[in-house]
Design a protein around this ligand. Structure first.
Ligand SMILES: Cc1cc2nc3c(=O)[nH]c(=O)nc-3n(C[C@H](O)[C@H](O)[C@H](O)COP(=O)(O)OP(=O)(O)OC[C@H]3O[C@@H](n4cnc5c(N)ncnc54)[C@H](O)[C@@H]3O)c2cc1C
Length: 96
């Protein structure tokens, strides 16, 4: 879904099962060539996830010439993207 002229929100559904992240964690989006080799990657912090843990929402800005954001922005609905994660070193601790 296009949110602004250069910002998009995608729902990414897991092809393999659960895809759950904690506060402060991110995924690494991988751009692959036609042979499956990773040619670019960038981290993205999901803004939401489904209650059943099978999908997450990415909100991202497309930068002109951006290697990963332009790739994401040009994806068709239903396309597949490779992710790794969760990544991140910051841990959220409740103080309530
Ligand atoms: C932990 C983490 C989480 C992140 N989460 C998100 C997220 O949820 N959503 C999101 O949109 N981005 C997020 N980013 C930024 C994202 O990882 C990429 O850096 C961004 O999408 C640009 O990557 P690119 O490959 O398209 O651009 P590149 O090919 O790396 O850069 C191309 C050009 O784009 C411009 N550009 C790139 N990044 C910036 C910037 N930050 N500010 C201004 N100009 C820039 C510059 O002109 C640059 O020369 C996150 C970054 C980190 C470190």
């Amino acid at each position: 879904m296009k949110v602004t002229v250069d910002c998009f929100r995608f729902v990414l559904k897991s092809a393999t099962g659960k895809i759950q992240l904690s506060v402060g964690e991110h995924v690494q989006v991988m751009v692959k060539d036609e042979k499956g080799a990773v040619i670019n990657s960038a981290p993205y912090t999901p803004v939401a996830s489904s209650e059943d843990g099978t999908s997450l929402d990415l909100l991202f800005k497309v930068y002109p010439g951006g290697k990963v954001s332009s790739y994401l922005g040009a994806m068709e609905e239903g396309a597949t993207v490779a992710l790794t994660g969760p990544h991140g070193v910051y841990k959220h601790r409740s103080n309530f």
